[in-house]
Design a protein around this ligand. Structure first.
Ligand SMILES: Cc1cc2nc3c(=O)[nH]c(=O)nc-3n(C[C@H](O)[C@H](O)[C@H](O)COP(=O)(O)OP(=O)(O)OC[C@H]3O[C@@H](n4cnc5c(N)ncnc54)[C@H](O)[C@@H]3O)c2cc1C
Length: 413
């Protein structure tokens, strides 16, 4: 058994954990980054980074990793809907919300993880893949054990960052449990050979009992998403599931009945999952341990801000650790306060988006029609949509009031 010492052990080399490892190592701390996978595989995870998340990546010094992974800028956002003929649909210019960074980025998640881990190693972090059976003993000098390919290891650290996502491997060891809510079901598929779809245009839309999203990636690929009711959770299971998934893009609301998508071919496994959100039942900071990213709680993925949150956590926690030697739980209080505020806004925003675009049936269609009319008259009706673009604290307060929801859903006739 080997016994080592380090300043920080980061458990989980997803985008949040690896970005933190990059920043901390570049800032002069000794860092060990532990990842359970042997190699990063093409999973359906966050592949779209909001402009406010791009700013966080810039501040962490990791934005180039997204570029190297082949990230494409999304300049336009089109919301299709069965309530609106395709020729009347308007496109939103996404580059104008944070002009210093431009539009959101679309990229293959696993490639960004690979490149971030490489950057962490180049900055001096020790990156350990295939780290199994990790245990944490929290305290002023936390101790981490794991099983490597070459045997058991023990690391005495000054701080452990838990970044294992929904696995919550570190969180569970410091007694954090989550209250989880399920919001309908979703599926995701990587495709190649997209037809005539503009490479800088992302789309979202609702028709019948599906809500779809299209995020183009480089070389004619795209990540497609479908959200659908829980009652229909088996619709893509079994043989031919990916083909049925693509065929479901034959929709009246899309130009040419979605031909630009239906000509594409599956280029990865089809992932199907219940969309979940989770809220921690106690503070996600303990003596010698801080949780970041999804491990500290997450919103419904319908909003697409989980990566931006993970990067902000990585940035804020790194700033505390690099500011001096006082790493007591109390010094993370401003971080916890900001995170609580941020997540409250994001949960609320996700509930509005889900209610508007990922609810199905006649009543939901009528609601979208009414809200579309209201939004055409008052830009303010779209205020929660800003959460995809600017940081939660920069969205006007009125978007989070009971009064706003009341106006949006009950008085928009
Ligand atoms: C289908 C889907 C689509 C999404 N789309 C978007 C989107 O477009 N934009 C967006 O911003 N967000 C999106 N999200 C959310 C986003 O993926 C997450 O918020 C984000 O990945 C969280 O990053 P993380 O680093 O905290 O955790 P993760 O990405 O979950 O990374 C955790 C890492 O820890 C490793 N790990 C797990 N257990 C252990 C262990 N025991 N020991 C060591 N390592 C371990 C994992 O292998 C992984 O590498 C989506 C989520 C889903 C499920």
């Amino acid at each position: 058994m080997s016994i080592g010492h380090t300043d920080v052990v980061v458990v989980g080399s997803g985008i949040g954990g690896a970005a933190a490892a990059c920043r901390l190592a570049a800032g002069g701390l000794s860092v060990v980054l532990l990842e359970k996978q042997r190699a990063f595989t093409d999973l359906a995870r966050g592949e779209w980074l909001a402009p406010w998340g791009i700013q966080e990546a810039q501040r962490l010094g990791v934005l180039d990793c997204f570029a190297v992974a082949g990230a494409c800028e999304m300049r336009h956002w089109v919301t299709w809907d069965e309530a609106v003929p395709p020729e009347e649909v308007e496109s939103v210019d996404m580059t104008r919300f944070l002009p210093s960074v431009g539009g959101p980025l679309s990229f293959p998640h696993h490639r960004v993880c690979e490149i971030l881990a490489e950057q962490a190693a180049a900055s001096g972090a020790r990156v350990v893949m295939e780290a199994a059976k990790i245990t944490i003993a929290p305290g002023m000098e936390p101790v981490v054990t794991y099983q490597g390919f070459d045997g058991p290891h023990t690391i005495k650290a000054r701080m452990v960052l838990g970044a294992t996502g929904r696995a919550c491997k570190v969180g569970r060891q410091i007694g954090v449990t989550m209250t989880t809510a399920t919001h309908e079901w979703g599926g995701a598929l990587k495709v190649e050979g997209m037809g005539d779809w503009p490479a800088d245009t992302q789309a979202l839309g609702t028709e019948g009992d599906v809500m779809f999203m299209v995020f183009p990636q480089e070389a004619g690929r795209a990540r497609l998403y479908m959200n659908f009711p829980t009652t229909n959770q088996d619709r893509y299971r079994g043989p031919g599931g990916p083909e049925r998934f693509i065929a479901d893009y034959e929709l009246e609301c899309l130009p040419d009945r979605g031909k630009a998508v239906t000509v594409a071919r599956p280029a990865g496994p089809l992932a199907i999952w219940p969309r979940l959100s989770s809220v921690p039942d106690r503070p996600t900071v303990a003596e010698g341990v801080v949780l970041i990213g999804d491990e500290a709680g997450r919103t419904d993925s319908v909003l697409g801000t989980g990566l931006s949150c993970a990067l902000r956590d990585a940035r804020m926690v790194s700033e505390v650790l690099l500011a001096g030697d006082d790493w007591r739980p109390e010094v993370f209080a401003p971080f916890l306060e900001e995170r609580t505020f941020r997540m409250r806004r994001l949960h609320y925003g996700a509930s509005i988006i889900a209610r508007l675009h990922a609810s199905f049936g006649h009543e939901a269609l009528e609601r979208r029609r009414r809200v579309n009319r209201l939004a055409a008259r008052h830009f303010g009706a779209q205020v929660t949509g800003l959460l995809n673009l600017v940081a939660p604290e920069d969205v006007p307060d009125f978007g989070f009031s009971e009064f706003f929801a009341e106006r949006l859903f009950r008085e928009s006739a």
